[in-house]
Ligand binder design. Structure first.
Ligand SMILES: Cc1cc2nc3c(=O)[nH]c(=O)nc-3n(C[C@H](O)[C@H](O)[C@H](O)COP(=O)(O)O)c2cc1C
Length: 214
């Protein structure tokens, strides 16, 4: 099988969020899509170990937010590489709260959809969650972030928990440029040389052994 052929599929980039108990949960997903129009329903494939997926199943609701091209590695690193039970992922961002209590970003966001879970399909590593849109709102007219833009321009990476995991971004060396080190996990770039042996990536928390020279 030509696994590379799967990389021809195109996606957007979204924050999927939920509120359960006293906590706010959220993660990055590229797998949100509209699956029916009447009534409007969306599906998203979430890793079964994601605490956001558990919060969605507990609360019966989720909110999907469309990211814009202005979303940077700090935002995607926070939501896409960290655990919602370890950090308050929303703390550093402007947010709103939907009618089900789920928080969503109001910056770097083009639209949000508040959904009631109507079906779940167990796919093994992932759960396909289907939600009926109860409320939809346009948040900005900025161009939306695509998966391709994230790889080519933002030069971010994807953790193995994503269904479309394809390894990590690596940039071609630029002669004459000050030496930099890139985190192979999330794409964060450290300016300078040498990279301290005890350096910890501020985005995804991995150590210096996960960095490669740019
Ligand atoms: C670009 C990108 C795309 C991702 N897509 C998905 C996805 O579609 N499904 C998924 O389960 N995780 C996906 N992830 C990984 C989750 O966002 C990540 O595992 C997150 O830390 C889970 O957070 P939580 O444990 O707080 O729920 C993606 C991450 C990135 C950076």
């Amino acid at each position: 099988m030509d696994v590379q052929a799967l990389f021809k599929l195109s996606y957007g980039l979204y924050v999927i969020s939920a509120h359960s108990g006293e906590r706010d949960y959220g993660c990055i997903a590229n797998t949100l899509q509209q699956v029916t129009a009447e009534p409007p329903r969306l599906s998203v494939a979430l890793n079964r170990n994601s605490v956001t997926a558990k919060a969605i199943l507990e609360s019966g609701h989720f909110c999907g937010t469309v990211l814009t091209e202005t979303a940077d590695l700090k935002l995607i690193g926070t939501f896409g590489f960290q655990n919602s039970e370890a950090v308050d992922k929303f703390a550093a961002f402007s947010t709103g709260t939907d009618e089900n209590g789920a928080r969503y970003l109001t910056e770097h966001a083009a639209a949000r959809y508040s959904c009631k879970v109507v079906d779940t399909l167990d796919l093994g590593t992932h759960l396909l969650i289907v939600g009926q849109v109860e409320e939809a709102e346009t948040l900005s007219q900025e161009p939306v972030m695509t998966y391709d833009y994230y790889y080519r321009v933002v030069k971010g990476g994807t953790p193995p928990t994503a269904p479309s995991y394809r390894g990590n971004a690596s940039a071609a060396p630029q002669p004459g440029k000050k030496k930099q080190w890139r985190c192979k996990i999330c794409g964060y770039v450290y300016d300078g040389d040498p990279l301290p042996a005890d350096f910890v990536c501020p985005i995804c928390g991995k150590g210096a052994d996960q960095f490669e020279p740019v």
